[in-house]
Design a protein around this ligand. Sequence first.
Ligand SMILES: Nc1ncnc2c1ncn2[C@@H]1O[C@H](COP(=O)(O)OP(=O)(O)OP(=O)(O)O)[C@@H](O)[C@H]1O
Length: 371
Amino acid sequence: MGHLTLEGIGKDYDGNEISRDIDLTIADGEFVVFVGPSGCGKSTLLRMVAGLEDITRGQMSLDGERINEIPPQERDIGMVFQSYALYPHMTVAENMAFGLKLARTDKAEIRRRVEHAADILQLTPLLERKPKDLSGGQRQRVAIGRTLVKEPAVFLFDEPLSNLDASLRVEMRVQIAELHKRLGATMIYVTHDQVEAMTLADRIVLLSGGRIAQVGAPLSLYHFPQSLEVAEFIGSPRINTLPVTVVDPGPRRTGVRLPSGEPLAVAVLARGLAAGDTATLGVRAEDFVAPDRAEARLTARLMVAEKLGYETLAHLQVEGVEGTLTRRLDGLAHLEEHQAVVLGLAGDHCHLFGPDGRACPRQVEIPGIAH
Ligand SMILES: Nc1ncnc2c1ncn2[C@@H]1O[C@H](COP(=O)(O)OP(=O)(O)OP(=O)(O)O)[C@@H](O)[C@H]1O
């Protein structure tokens, strides 16, 4: 079992509150990813779960038992670190067995567990090699193996792929997802890479300034972000934002005026907004619509077209909007530099954020995705 409960967890360093008001329940077998910008407190929270940091406030329980005071080695929790720090003079098998030997585990049992972990991680042919004779990905698999042999109820991963190159990261990401499916164990994974978070997580916990900004399934955070901060963190390219003025805060649609002066009825509840307020319209790169289906239009000029083969990212300048907006187009779109482009907007495909950054609740249904 690996059912974790965090209630009112907080952490201070030298009188500074680093983590605060963390309330979170992680179900047995769930894959949860802590994500957020650098310094938001992801590692601190993970290290508190591991027992490597004291908890200043709140209660942490594993399978109903309080674990605040239980030392790391006595928690049924295993951690895979960013730097895999294998012992260079030991073979792969010895590296994996080391923790079990220290814990005086029976020799036959150690052999069984090492062989089993090697089989799962495809390390069997490498068991007698030394770390210097392994690739980066293989070393990372040994580091995972070292944790796997402990057979913990909860696996913690602290940015385990950040030392690997891009293609290896993708490969290891798939292997970690397969490992989770195969073991069915509870896993908590820390990363600042939102693609890793989106692809691995059953649920994402997005942290900001030591607090939870939003918890939910990856696509819920993508389609129903509760704040501008979440909307901007989740999704690549970053969500487009433009300043608008609220003209009609209606009950199901909110009328706004675009920088071009055109009106648009956005499918959101105008909670807390009044006519005359300045708000932020959010439009994902794929959510612009063809001009003939548009409810409002923006005239833009193409600055740069990034042709990625399967899609083109058009970076566009719009009068009255700072920076550029990005529109995603399928395939190799035919675009000329500086050409005029009409960006079509539809109220169902936009987000609206108030002056405090809070999202106005969207009044749209997306099949299979919870609000
Ligand atoms: N031992 C410590 N003493 C004092 N402050 C610390 C200590 N460890 C971390 N902090 C501070 O706590 C905050 C959160 O750090 P943490 O490492 O948890 O962030 P993070 O989200 O994991 O960042 P990153 O993605 O850069 O690793 C930071 O401001 C950091 O400087």
